[in-house]
Design a protein around this ligand. Structure first.
Ligand code: NAD
Ligand code: TYD
Length: 350
């Protein structure tokens, strides 16, 4: 049995990755290491938490000694590293947490892998999950390729860029068998409602103002989270050591157009008059250092590993909206803070 470490598995993307690996690979033992910050929610994994090939460990990747102990306990074949502070707005108000988790935490994991693998790298992989935001902001045309020069603007993207550099440095210096991917904006179920799409859905349902930063002209390239999880699976197993793969949906939307689309979709689903939800749109002060446009060229991943998105945006968005409408309790728990007690209820008293 292969022991596989997934960090940040209680978060949005991590929970989809954990579910996929636990379900599709019964011969893997998935160890989900998560600190359970505000963004970590074990209720995301209720459907797999009792599986024999799944173990949850609460811990902080910033604690180097703890990370070393975990590597000593399980002889990990693969590391899939997703744990991070991930919200740009929070990075603007509290950058240091981003340096600690995203940079120091990543280096702790690299050190532990280097120390425990002792140069016996055959079959091992250290997979670092990163973001397209490290490339900075595009003008009206062009796409980010794997060769685009790093040009991060927010404390979040600067911390992710730094972690990417460390991962490559451990490959170049110690030959650590690393692989990296840089993905565009994800959307889907179990997404913390501080990010644009779940926040907008939550506010529309509750008839609250939908905050649109600046003019709403900023462009993001949206990918369904389950397609990201599938890309991670493919890259983990078939990607070449030392390589980086860009992941994206070829799906660019101006924020304001995306919000209008969501409003009209929800008008139909909630049996409201067309235009009713759009009246909630409220333009607010722009984000500091707001990147104008992100767009990914994912042709390397398509040509070398055969990955393409499985759903259109219309399909993915409809599935997503339906999930939030059907899982009102999940949103309620997250917004009220009740989900924070799940760990104590499920793991301590058992
Ligand atoms: P998220 O914020 O939903 O989840 C992050 C998880 O990491 C949480 O469960 C949290 O508890 C855990 N965590 C945070 N600090 C930790 C620490 N010090 N020790 C252990 N666990 C800790 O994030 P997400 O959106 O799921 O993103 C996951 C990864 O994917 C991140 O590395 C992010 O940079 C990257 N990424 C995200 C997107 C996106 O659109 N969300 C796009 C591309 C790449
Ligand atoms: P976000 O979901 O925070 O992702 P990122 O900043 O990592 O791309 O934001 C997506 C886009 O939506 C970004 O251009 C900022 C904008 N935005 C708003 O207009 N209003 C909001 O309330 C939020 C959270 C984001």
């Amino acid at each position: 049995m292969k022991h596989v470490l997934v960090t940040g598995g209680a978060g949005f993307i991590g929970s989809h990755v954990v579910r996929r690996l636990v379900t599709n690979y019964p011969d893997y033992h998935i160890v989900n290491l998560d600190k359970l910050t505000y963004a970590g929610n074990l209720a995301n994994l209720k459907d797999v938490e009792l599986n024999d090939n799944y173990t949850f460990v609460r811990g902080d990747i910033v604690d180097g000694a703890f990370v070393q102990e975990l590597f000593a306990k399980y002889d990990f074949t693969y590391v899939v590293h997703l744990a991070a502070e991930s919200h740009v707005d929070r990075s603007i108000s509290n950058p240091i947490e981003f340096v600690m988790t995203n940079v120091v935490g990543t280096v702790n994991l690299l050190n532990a892998a280097k120390h425990h693998w002792q140069g016996k790298y055959e079959g091992r992989r250290f997979y670092h999950v990163s973001t397209d935001e490290v490339y900075g902001s595009l003008g009206d045309t062009g796409l980010f390729t794997e060769e685009t020069r790093y040009d991060p603007h927010s404390p979040y993207s600067a911390s992710k860029a730094s972690s990417d550099h460390f991962v490559r440095a451990y490959h170049d210096t110690y030959q650590l068998p690393v692989v990296l991917s840089n993905c565009s904006n994800n959307y889907g179920s179990h997404h913390f409602p501080e990010k644009l799409i779940p926040l907008a859905i939550h506010n529309i349902v509750n008839r609250r103002p939908i905050p649109v930063y600046g003019t709403g002209e900023n462009v993001r390239d949206w990918l369904w989270v389950e397609d990201h999880a599938r890309a991670i699976d493919v890259i983990l197993h078939k990607g070449s050591i030392g390589q980086t793969y860009n992941i994206g949906g070829h799906n660019e939307w101006k924020n304001i157009d995306l919000i209008r689309l969501l409003c009209s979709l929800l008008d139909k689903k909630l049996h409201r008059k067309e235009g009713e939800s759009a009246s909630l749109i409220t333009f607010v002060k722009d984000r500091a250092g707001h990147d104008m446009r992100y767009a990914i060229d994912a042709s390397k991943l398509k040509n070398e590993l055969g990955w393409i998105p499985s759903v259109t945006f219309e399909e993915g968005l409809e599935k997503t909206v339906d999930w939030y409408l059907a899982n009102h309790d999940w949103l309620q728990n997250v917004t009220s803070g009740d989900y924070m007690h799940y760990y104590e209820q499920q793991y301590v008293k058992r």
